[in-house]
Design a protein around this ligand. Sequence first.
Ligand code: 5AD
Ligand code: SF4
Length: 463
Amino acid sequence: MAKKKLFIKTWGCQMNVYDSTKMADVLSPLGYDVVDIPDNADMIILNTCHIREKATDKVFSELGRLNEYKSRREQTGQSTIIAVAGCVAQAEGEFITERAPYVDMVFGPQTYHELPEMVAKATGAYGSNRVINTEFPTESKFDSLPSDSQDQHVSAFLSVQEGCDKFCTFCVVPYTRGSEFSRPALQIINEAKSLVAGGAKEITLLGQNVNAFHGDGLNGKTWGLGRLIHELAEIDGLKRLRYTTSHPRDMDDELINAHRDVDILMPFLHLPVQSGSDNMLKLMNRKHTADTYREIIAKIRDARSDIALSSDFIVGFPGETDQDHKDTMKLVEDIGYTLCYSFKYSPRPGTPGAKMGGIVTEQIKSERLQELQGLLNKQQHTYNVTSIGKTMPVLYDRKGQKDGQLLGKTPYLQSVHITAPDRLLGQIVDTKIELAHANSLAGSVVTTETTSTTTEKAKEQAA
Ligand code: 5AD
Ligand code: SF4
C-alpha cells in the first residue's frame, strides 16, 4: 500500500491530545503515517477546541493557510484532504463548510472510529463527497477504537470518561462532548497494560469530569475512580498514575483515600474551583460553595499532606462585583496553589452564561485577571523555591531545546531540566533541585540508577 503522510494539529485539552493519537491509530491501517510538520502532508486534521472564543478564530486563520497549501498541491496534480475535528467541528460543522468549502471532512469527537468510512467517502471511493459527521452515535467509539496504541510515550494519556452532565453555565463541553460516559474497567486496564508494554511508566487518566467516572467493574459492580486507580496500580511496570480534570462534587472518600493508600498515585491534584465567591459559584451552577471546597481540600490534605494543588479560575463572569473578586483572591490566599490556569470569561454561544445580564467590561476583566495571576504566579514561584535543596524522583520524558538537556516532571508536576546523557530519557532519576524559576526547576542527577517507584522520599522531605 502506498504510504501517505498525515499531519494532525491539536489545540486544547489533553483529551484532544489523546484523541489525536487515536485518530492516528485508526488511520494507520489505511497507510497514513504521522509526520511532525505539515509540509507535503496528504491529509491534515485540525483537532480543535471550542472552550474559549480565540480558539475558533485560530482555526479559521489556519484554514485560510491550508486552502492555499491545497491549491498549490493541486497545481502539481496532488490531492490533499483537509479535515476539522474536535469541539469546533461539533459546534460549528455547518458554518465551517459554508465558510471554508475546501474543507473535505468535518467530524465531532464521538465519531473518530468511523474515520475509514469518512475517508472513503471524501476521497471518492463512493463518489467524491464532503463529509459532515457531528452525530452522537449510539455505540461507543471506544468499542471500535484499537486498544493497541501506537503511543509509545513514557508518559501516556488514557481516556476513561468523556462528556459532562454538570452544565456549568459558562461551559460548552456538555454540548460538544455530549453526556457523561464511562468506559468499562476491563477495557481501560487492557489499554493501560498495552501502554506499559509499549514503554509507558506514567499514565494520566483523562476525562472532562474524570472523577465522575462510574464504569462497569471487573466484579460486575460499578466502580468509581478510586477503585479503578487501586486496580491500575497493580500493573507491573507502571510507576506513576495521575488523573485530570476533576470536579469538587465528585471527590468521594474512596478517591481521597486513594491519595493516602496508593503509592504510585502522584501527589498532585487539579481541582478547579473557578471562583471564590458563593454568588458566582451559584450563577455558574457549580453546585458547591467556597467553604465546601475548602472542606474538601482539608480532607485531601489529611489524606496526603504534601499534595500540590491546582485550579482553574474565571474572572469577569456576568454579575461579578469587586467583592466577588476579593472573595476569589481570599480563597487563593487560603488554599495556596502550586500551578493554576486563569481566564477572562468568554461567552459561548448556546450556554446560559451568554444570555446573562451584568456583563463585566473588558477593562475590568483585564485588571482582575492581572491581579489574580500576580498572586498565582507568586504562589507558584514561592512553592518552587521551597524545592531547592531537595532530592526528588523526576521522570525524564523529553529532550530539551538545548543540546544534552532533558526535561522531566517531579511527583508534584513541576517541570525540571537537567544536563544529562540521553540514556536517562524515560527513566525516573533522583535529582537534586538547585534552581527555581517561575515555571520550572533546574537540578543535577544524584544517581543514575532508576529509583524506587514510591514518592516516600519526597513525602519525607515535604513533611
Ligand atoms: N470562558 C472562560 N473560561 C472558560 N473555561 C471554560 N469555559 C470558559 C469560558 N466560557 C475555563 C474553565 C475550565 C477551563 C478548562 O476553561 O476555567 O475549567
Ligand atoms: Fe464544563 Fe462544568 Fe462539565 Fe467541567 S464540570 S466540563 S466546567 S460543564
